[in-house]
Ligand binder design. Structure first.
Ligand code: 3PG
Ligand code: MG
Length: 401
């Protein structure tokens, strides 16, 4: 396939001052704040190693303001060092401290800036020309010769660090973005059915919208739902009490969308039939009527069996987001068995997202799953057929030069 954007093959970056945006948003232990999975760091190593002839400055986010995993990028820098890279960290993004450090970067070195979402303006989503006005872009771009975007996981965000720099600097994709786009394009080129989507996780407001778009694109035959997203749909159907809506952000809007989706696609949406709750500190499997307000942390055995059968019989499976609170071992069962079924499936299989992707890698499923993507929301957005914001911006940059 021919790409409409430029890659590292199209530019000379030796000796140049390169700003690279990556997505190394890692799973973080909510209590200790330690990084528990760094597979997204592994995924950008090829690009960083290729840039060893440049003066490289790395920009990335971790978590969202207010979330448990909203931490400094110092820990990520230490991991880069363990991989043998000459990485250092500066606790600043675009202030004097950062600028001074940026000017000192030598060939072969990598300077990691602080979590870009510590800057409020980064959370704004707007067209590239608009976010390019943010001080983040205006203060930093004169210090660089080239912008490399390798942040595939955040490719669906039209934020300053993702699309802003592409309007003011020569801009190319990194190796990970290139690989993800090529692989996902191939994987979605088939018209085979049944086409199964496995969707779970916690970012319910995002996911319910993307589910609506995907269903409208008329591609999905079965949407197997789990995690908090599954809980939302069970509440919408009146099968689970509304008290379970507490952890769901933006519940009222999401509930309306879920109700519309159920009404429009009753045969496509497939929901859990039983639950695993936490009772007296342990996993307890039960019917919805027996949940008694205890935390709903996983899909139950009947649900798992149904999901496993649907997955095994599919021609294409795309999965994103865990089926339950998989960070707690007792509640990783549903997600784990769903992943085993995906590995067993003989069709085209793509698993995406920090959490599910990490579990697939831990299970050593690299050879049994067609593609383990670093993108969660990005990959699901890709499926709707609408071009990702990061790609649109890189394509526009390619046309300008
Ligand atoms: C992700 O983990 O999906 C990406 O890093 C994007 O994060 P976001 O959903 O907070 O923008
Ligand atoms: Mg994620």
């Amino acid at each position: 396939m021919s790409l409409q954007f430029k890659t590292l093959d199209d530019v000379d970056f030796a000796g140049k001052r390169v700003l690279i945006r990556v997505d190394i948003n890692c799973s973080v232990d909510p209590e200790t704040k330690e990084i528990t999975d760094d597979s997204r760091i592994d995924a950008i190593l090829p690009t960083l190693r290729e840039l060893n002839k440049s003066k490289t400055v790395l920009m990335a986010h971790q978590g969202r303001p207010g979330s448990d995993d909203f931490i400094s990028l110092e820990a990520h820098t230490n991991i880069l060092r363990k991989h043998g890279l000459k990485a250092s960290f500066v606790d600043d993004i675009f202030g004097d401290k950062a600028k001074t450090a940026i000017k000192k970067v030598a060939v072969g070195e990598i300077l990691v800036l602080q979590n870009v979402r510590y800057f409020d303006g980064e959370m704004k989503n707007a067209p590239p020309e608009e976010v390019a006005e943010e001080p983040l872009v205006q203060e930093l771009y004169p210090l660089f010769d080239l912008f490399v975007n390798d942040a595939f996981g955040a490719a669906h965000r039209s934020q300053a660090s993702i699309v802003g720099f592409t309007t003011v600097l020569p801009s190319v994709a990194g190796r990970l973005v290139e690989k993800e786009i090529r692989t996902l394009t191939d994987a979605t080129a088939t018209d085979q059915h049944p086409w199964t989507l496995v969707l779970g996780g916690a970012k319910v407001d995002d996911k319910v919208e993307i589910l609506r778009k995907l269903l409208a694109a008329d591609r999905v035959d079965n949407a197997l739902l789990g995690g908090l997203l599954g809980t939302l749909f069970l509440i919408a159907k009146g099968l689970v009490s509304e008290e379970y809506s507490k952890p769901i952000k933006g519940f009222e809007d999401a509930l309306n969308t879920a109700k519309q989706i159920i009404a429009k696609y009753p045969d496509v949406i497939i929901l859990p039939e039983d639950a695993a709750v936490e009772r007296n500190g342990k996993r307890f499997e039960c019917e919805f009527s027996q949940m008694n307000g205890d935390p709903f942390f996983d899909i139950g055995p009947k649900t798992t069996k149904k999901y496993v059968e649907a997955i095994r019989g599919s021609a294409v499976v795309f999965a994103n987001g865990p089926m339950g609170f998989f960070e707690k071992d007792a509640f990783a069962k549903g997600t784990s068995e769903v992943l085993d079924a995906i590995a067993d499936c003989e069709g085209i299989t793509v698993v995406g997202g920090g959490h599910m992707g990490a579990m697939a890698l831990k299970k050593d499923f690299g050879d049994r799953i067609t593609h383990i993507s670093t993108g969660g929301g990005a990959t699901i957005n890709f499926l709707t057929g609408k071009k990702l914001d990061l790609i649109v911006a890189l394509e526009a940059a390619a046309k300008r030069t």
